[in-house]
Design a protein around this ligand. Structure first.
Ligand code: HC1
Length: 573
């Protein structure tokens, strides 16, 4: 342990601790801007400077390690003036359009300006020539708001192992952008939106599709239906002050009905359907010498990553479309037929925790119904904005149920939203289909939790099935490289693009850097997902009565010709 003094108070911390962390232990909050725990610890913005006795210059506390007997001052006139100067210089090159910014009231730069008492900007000088890039189907970049903190750069490189954005040019001309200042749509960006989640300001945001949904809702000719992704039920409440991971499953139908949707359905229903198709696909490959390991295919950022960076694994991917896309295809065929509605009049809206889902819905393969199967994808943040605009406070909504038939689901569908959930849901069904016996222990806890890579061997009727689960693409890379190098022999792999799985998706509510230091949002929301599962009367996909009815009335059986036509897809190198 190391003992040091901060602002006259003694503190003991382990060796290797930074001054910033040691100060927090004493309840002293040093301001930060570029710092993001575990992701971006580069001491670049100089907002967290402190005086260290014996050092001539002010030191960036986020990267300055403690040492025995060190004396630190965090609140001197020199320190305060330095922080203010830095902040004012940043603001002098910022567009200051706060009231119309998507991050208004949730902006770290704005909050710091308030906390540091900035009343005017003393420095006025040259401004960057801004670039506004909205060509990507998922992500918009606005450099007029960028403060060059590099958090997005680190997230793209370190969390996702993608690295399509970097600082380009030098000095005042530095701009965070794809190579040669191209658009995000021209490089191998996977549309995951992890860059948005870490951006302290509004320089990165999702493509806003809310106007298209308002228009559809106002059109009396349209039958507007909405599906809610598994992870949204444990995150939307956060936007309405209900606390991280609050479960709002039953408030969502009430809120969306009041907004004007004709039917409120659940992606968990088609998650159950996915398990029926994917579970049988796994057994088919296992029993007939098909390509193994089978790799899950519901996360579109992961699919794009595989297509760009690991095309040698495309044949390993399940041919199942994601639940989002299965929903669109079923809605505009089976549901349209059953309800006697012209499918051209059905407008399908998805509410997803994910920005890559916007891209997925626009893929040319996703038109099995004869129309674009899913018309618009909104993120959790977008639907929250729409509800607020409509004057609907989710927190005040009563409990209501999803509509039938496409709103009926099981706990297995719900756990898709957390890392390991698709694997667990598949194992519940595969086990019972193969053995014909009821599972004694329904919870496959071996594949739960936020560890980057999880492995397990599950015995099914005497066969030892090796499974792996990875979330965050840098972890996916490690698993794929192990398979490639012959270091692992898996039968089934779940890969989710985002850390924590969809609960940590790029379209989810944004936590600031301080909150991320205190709380692991992936764990909190993930635990909530498992609570949703525990409280469901049915917890296995094959027990979903509407899925059974869908097969009986329309699809025939899993992997039937009709299933292949509507629910399966192919990939592109
Ligand atoms: Fe997901 Fe999925 S779990 S991909 O994370 O398979 O986005 O929540 O909707 O499609 O069901 C996302 C979540 C989501 C699909 C399902």
């Amino acid at each position: 342990m190391v003992t040091l003094t901060i602002d006259g108070q003694k503190v003991q911390v382990p060796k290797g601790t930074t001054v910033l962390e040691a100060a927090r232990k004493l309840g002293i909050k040093i301001p930060t801007l570029c710092f993001l725990k575990g992701i971006n610890e580069i001491g670049a913005c100089r907002m967290c400077v402190v005086e260290v006795k014996g050092a001539r210059n002010l030191q960036a506390s986020c990267v300055y390690p403690v040492s025995e007997g060190m004396e630190v001052l965090t609140n001197t006139p020199r320190v305060r003036e330095s922080r203010k100067t830095t902040l004012e210089l940043l603001l002098s090159d910022h567009n200051l359009e706060c009231p119309t910014c998507v991050r208004n009231l949730n902006c770290e730069l704005q909050k710091l300006s308030e906390e540091l008492g900035i009343k005017s900007i003393r420095y006025q000088g040259e401004k960057h020539k801004p670039k506004y890039d909205d060509f990507s189907p998922s992500i918009v970049r606005d450099t007029s708001k960028c403060i060059l903190c590099r958090r997005c750069v680190s997230a793209c490189h370190k969390i996702q192992g993608v690295g399509v954005i970097s600082p380009n040019h030098r000095g005042f001309n530095t701009m965070v952008a794809p190579v040669f200042d191209k658009s995000l749509s021209e490089v191998a960006c996977v549309n995951c939106g992890q860059c948005i989640l870490v951006c302290p300001v509004g320089a990165l945001k999702e493509k806003d599709d809310t106007d298209r949904v308002w228009q559809a809702l106002a059109d009396p000719e349209k039958h507007v239906i909405v599906q809610i992704a598994p992870a949204v039920r444990v995150s939307l409440g956060e936007e309405f002050g209900l606390g991280r991971g609050a479960i709002v499953t039953k408030k969502i139908p009430a809120a969306l009905r009041r907004m004007g949707f004709d039917r409120v359905f659940d992606t968990d229903f088609t998650a159950d359907l996915t398990i029926m198709e994917e579970g049988n696909e796994f057994l088919e490959r296992l029993n007939h010498g098909g390509k193994l390991p089978l790799i899950t295919s519901c996360s579109p950022g992961w699919i794009k990553f595989c297509e760009h960076y690991y095309p040698e694994f495309l044949e390993n991917l399940s041919t199942c479309k994601s639940p989002q896309q299965m929903f669109g295809a079923v809605a505009k065929t089976y549901y349209a037929e059953k309800m006697g509605i012209d499918p051209s009049k059905i407008f399908v809206v998805s509410v997803m925790p994910c920005t890559a889902k916007k891209y997925e819905a626009q893929r040319p393969e996703m038109r099995a119904s004869g129309y674009q199967d899913v018309d618009v994808v909104l993120t959790t943040r977008e639907i929250a904005r729409m509800l607020k605009e409509a004057g609907i406070d989710l927190a005040l909504m009563p409990d209501e149920e999803f509509d039938e038939p496409l709103g009926i689901s099981t706990g297995a569908g719900a756990i898709f939203g957390a890392t390991g959930g698709v694997m667990e849901a598949a194992l519940r069904t595969v086990y019972e289909v193969v053995t014909g016996k009821e599972l004694e222990r329904i919870d496959f806890t071996e594949v739960r939790g936020v560890e980057g890579i999880k492995e397990a061997t599950i015995e099914i009727d005497g066969l030892k099935v090796n499974v792996a689960v990875a979330h965050g693409l840098s972890n996916a890379k490690k698993v794929l490289d192990r398979v490639k190098n012959g270091e692992a022999n898996y039968h089934f792999i779940e890969i989710m693009c985002c850390p924590g799985g969809c609960v940590g998706g790029g379209g989810q509510p944004i936590l600031n850097a301080d909150e991320r230091m205190e709380l692991d949002y992936r764990e909190v929301r993930g635990n909530a997902i498992y609570e949703v599962d525990r409280n469901m009367p049915l917890r296995k996909s094959h027990e979903n009565p509407v899925v059974q009815q869908l097969y009986k009335e329309f699809l025939g059986h899993p992997l039937s010709e009709k299933s292949h036509e509507l629910l399966h897809t192919h990939y592109t190198k």
